[in-house]
Design a protein around this ligand. Structure first.
Ligand SMILES: Nc1ncnc2c1ncn2[C@@H]1O[C@H](COP(=O)(O)OP(=O)(O)OP(=O)(O)O)[C@@H](O)[C@H]1O
Length: 349
């Protein structure tokens, strides 16, 4: 697959020879209709109609992910990362656009095949305590879905759960315990085991290590990479921590206000970012812990997704903005093999 200069082009695959992408996101868009709290209160007091607003949380995102690839997804809070991850994992439907799994549009699959394909894409959440049912034993948390979906019989369930627990570094002797009886890192291993139990080939990790201590983070990242090696898993790895993404992602996608602004192999992006927003993100922030690389504060506020700026959404904060950036939205286009950027400055080089 090759990129074209159109904003409606899917992001090209980095690996030559990988004929069919594992997953393609084709023009995925998610709009939420929302009410502003204060406006709702005021309207109710005045007996007026409550006005609703449209939030374009994710706007026309296309991306092709190769089997076994780790794609990092970064951007400031509110730029749409979680919404995109949830659409990919089938937790929320897109408003428009489609997901193509191994060359076949998910929406067009017959019911049974669609169910199987949905199981193949699992999500690992940030807060294991919030995402694990506190009233269920670990054996049920991990074993329920594979039994319900016919992956194991009731008789096989205990052995199956034990094998998955071992795979994620948990002692099967603790299968009868409840989530609160484990440490944070162990709970995240339970969350990973639950995802693995339905035999996925794609994991969406949404800030999956953000809530953990640094040393535990490293262990969980190592586990993800072992699983990639042993099970051939593919990842969409959403993280605020640029150091983590730089370390594990083959390719990095930068989002701003619902749209992709840059895609590049991580090694290139982290040494030579193209988009002014990527450059601003990568300018290292002053920090206490020198091992960590976090977002630098960027001049100005993130614009409201309720009222995004015309032209390039980044132009009000961009130190290099041109007059046309205020009116003309730059398309995401190929600027070098395997690299895409949505910036008018590239037309001047
Ligand atoms: N259910 C919803 N209803 C209305 N608006 C929503 C809903 N979910 C998300 N949004 C809005 O969509 C935009 C994108 O949110 P999202 O959580 O995807 O961003 P994010 O990049 O993951 O942020 P964070 O890093 O803080 O989790 C935000 O403006 C958010 O307020």
């Amino acid at each position: 697959m090759t990129a074209t200069t159109s904003s409606r082009a899917a992001v090209p695959l980095p690996a030559p020879g990988s004929a069919t992408p594992m997953l393609e996101l084709s023009h995925l868009t998610k709009r939420f209709t929302t009410k502003l709290d204060f406006a709702e209160r005021l309207a109710k007091r005045l007996g007026a109609k409550v006005q609703e607003f449209d939030v374009r949380a994710v706007d026309d995102v296309s991306l092709a992910i190769a089997p076994g690839e780790v794609v990092g997804l970064v951007g400031e809070s509110g730029c749409g990362k979680t919404t995109l991850g949830r659409m990919v994992a089938g937790i929320i439907p897109p408003s428009s656009g489609e997901l193509i799994y191994r060359g076949r549009p998910m929406a067009a699959l017959p019911h049974d095949e669609a169910r199987q394909a949905t199981l193949k894409i699992q999500m690992v959440f940030q807060d294991p305590m919030a995402s694990l049912n506190p009233r269920l034993r670990v054996s049920e948390i991990i074993g329920e879905a594979p039994r319900v979906h016919g992956i194991v019989s009731r008789n096989e369930q205990a052995d199956y759960v034990a094998s998955i627990m071992r795979k994620v570094g948990l002692d099967p002797a603790y299968a009868a315990r409840f989530p609160h009886q484990f440490s944070g890192g162990q709970r995240q291993r339970i969350g990973i085991a639950r995802a693995l139990a339905v035999q996925p080939d794609f994991l969406v990790c949404d800030e999956s290590v953000a809530a953990l201590d640094v040393s535990i983070q490293a262990q969980i990242i190592n586990l993800f990479m072992e699983l990639r090696r042993d099970l051939g898993l593919t990842y969409l790895f959403i993280s605020h921590d640029l150091g983590v993404v730089e370390h594990i992602a083959d390719r990095t996608v930068i989002m701003y206000l619902g749209r992709v602004v840059e895609v590049a192999p991580s090694a290139e992006l982290f040494t030579k970012p193209n988009h002014p927003y990527s450059r601003a993100l990568l300018d290292e922030a002053p920090r206490v812990d020198t091992r960590k690389r976090t977002f630098a504060p960027i001049r100005g506020e993130i614009p409201s997704p309720l009222d995004p700026p015309a032209g390039c959404a980044f132009h009000p904060r961009c130190p290099l903005a041109l007059p046309r950036c205020r009116s003309e939205r730059p398309s995401l286009r190929e600027i070098a093999p395997g690299r895409l950027s949505a910036c008018h400055l590239n037309d001047m080089q």
